[in-house]
Write a new protein. Structure first.
Length: 87
């Protein structure tokens, strides 16, 4: 396995804790594949199989990507940003 990039395994590994925290707090389960697709869409990596640090820096969304992978509240706010803005 290569190191130094974020791929499917890393996204599943980190997001599983956020997903479980959401469920524990009464929210419906989130499909990790949808989150992975959203992250890849935001970053638009050079290689469609993984994201490098250069991809993250160039995308200017590194803070968002990291926060939705490790912080339940940050993910919830990101995922519900449109409905929260309407309030």
């Amino acid at each position: 396995r290569k190191v130094g990039h974020i791929g499917n395994f890393e996204i599943h590994y980190f997001f599983k804790h956020v997903r479980q925290a959401l469920v524990d707090n009464g929210h419906p389960p989130v499909d990790v594949e949808d989150v992975k697709d959203e992250i890849f869409d935001m970053v638009r990596p050079e290689n469609p199989e993984f994201i490098t640090i250069d991809d993250i820096v160039q995308s200017n969304v590194g803070e968002t990507v990291l926060s939705i992978l490790i912080d339940m509240q940050a993910f919830y706010q990101y995922d519900n940003r449109e409905s929260l803005m309407a309030q």
